[in-house]
Design a protein around this ligand. Structure first.
Ligand SMILES: *Cc1c(COP(=O)(O)O)cnc(C)c1O
Length: 382
């Protein structure tokens, strides 16, 4: 991806910055559309993984819908060309103002996470002579085999409605007249690489479908959320959407007329972005050499927050390889991008690419230490 020509152009720019390979984004979105169309699956891209306006415009223009987790994400989705009828809105803590944003814009569906939230959406809808479409976000109690901070579908996480509460949910629904139940929603976690987790999800969805059917409740759509992982060891690899959708096609037992919705985030944007940073200093330690770079956890927090691993490459040097611990300038010991990493012999001024940073990278930046926000650079502008 970083040939000599591109590296040369990037070397002229002020660092650090996010570099987006728009070709990679095109290919990924093209593939996801092709594989989803086989089964008429509906895709809502999860804005929270990357909300850069140009990336969003590109994704919306390919016809995907949007998955939002805040009122501002709804407004941004609309601004960048997503259609209201393709927007779903999830989140455990929707404020009244955010719910009203959803109502005023007539979005497709609220993914509701508690009984009290159902009551509030009903009240706010009734005050506006409106009927909100909702899906119940059900906590399926499934182990996702991923980092504990990004596991969302086991019992006693804050997400979703527990299965033992469904009787109460149905009773409450009968008393509310300004919400219409149209779907069941699930999202079990993120960076899921073991396909067994999705297989278990299908089994649980089938059980719940029977439960609702036995109570004569019709469900129009099943939304199985996002969570498909990417290969952080091979940043040029596009996730296997064929296998992923194939699992749901094989295992979900749909009722007639039901549609299936997905909310991929990381698998769409993850491999399109790299954080480009310049080496400020090489410092020899007693066990390792430190490569001190000008990007830090304020630009990419995933290693510090989730012990995440990103592949790092020196895109300037071709010299023999050495081991380095790559650290940022922030005054926190966790401000490290990787220990004992093999790089080409690295010198002050070299550029490092921290790969697979397109998702949960730029969106999570902070200005701790009063740092500037790293800008975005697009391959098509070079
Ligand atoms: C974060 C999130 C997603 C996207 O998850 P990825 O792992 O990035 O695919 C989808 N749906 C909901 C409700 C989420 O919170």
């Amino acid at each position: 991806m970083f040939n000599k020509d591109i590296a040369g152009r990037l070397a002229k720019l002020k660092t650090p910055f996010y570099y987006y390979d728009m070709d990679m984004l095109d290919k990924t979105v093209g593939l996801i559309r092709k594989e989803a169309e086989r089964y008429s699956y509906k895709i809502h891209y999860a804005l929270k993984s990357n909300a850069n306006e140009r990336i969003l415009s590109k994704i919306s223009s390919s016809g995907l819908g949007a998955d939002c987790v805040s009122g501002n994400e709804i407004l941004m989705a609309l601004k960048t060309g997503f259609r209201a009828k393709d927007i779903v809105f999830a989140g455990v803590g929707k404020t009244d103002e955010e719910i009203i944003t959803g109502i005023n814009n007539d979005i497709f569906c609220f993914n509701v996470e508690s009984i009290q939230e159902m009551e509030v959406i009903d009240k706010l809808s009734s005050e506006r002579n409106y009927t909100s479409r909702i899906a119940l976000r059900i906590n399926p109690d499934i182990e996702a085999y991923t980092h504990k901070y990004i596991t969302t579908g086991i019992e006693e996480t804050k997400f979703g409605i527990n299965i033992w509460e469904l009787d109460n949910v149905i009773e409450t629904l009968h008393s509310l007249h300004n919400i219409e139940l149209i779907g069941l929603h699930f999202h079990i976690g993120s960076q899921i690489r073991r396909m067994n987790a999705f297989k278990s999800l299908c089994t649980r969805v089938n059980e719940l479908q029977t439960w609702f059917e036995n109570r004569n409740i019709t469900i129009d759509h099943i939304n199985v959320g996002g969570g498909l992982g990417i290969n952080y060891d091979d940043p040029d690899e596009i996730p296997d959407f064929e296998e992923y959708f194939g699992i749901f096609n094989e295992l979900l037992e749909l009722r007639s007329g039901q549609t299936v919705h997905f909310e991929p985030g990381r698998s769409v944007t993850g491999q399109t972005g790299s954080l480009i940073t310049r080496v400020l200093y090489i410092k020899n330690g007693s066990h390792t050499n430190f490569a001190i770079v000008d990007a830090g956890m304020t630009d990419l927090i995933r290693p510090a927050l989730y012990q995440a691993h990103h592949k790092i490459e020196n895109i300037i040097s071709q010299k023999a390889r050495e081991k380095y611990t790559v650290v940022g300038p922030i005054c926190e010991s966790s401000d490290s991008f990787g220990k004992y990493i093999e790089l080409s012999l690295t010198e002050r001024g070299d550029l490092l690419a921290i790969r697979s940073a397109g998702a949960y990278g730029e969106v999570m930046t902070s200005n701790y230490n009063l740092r500037n926000k790293a800008p975005a650079v697009f391959s098509v502008d070079l």
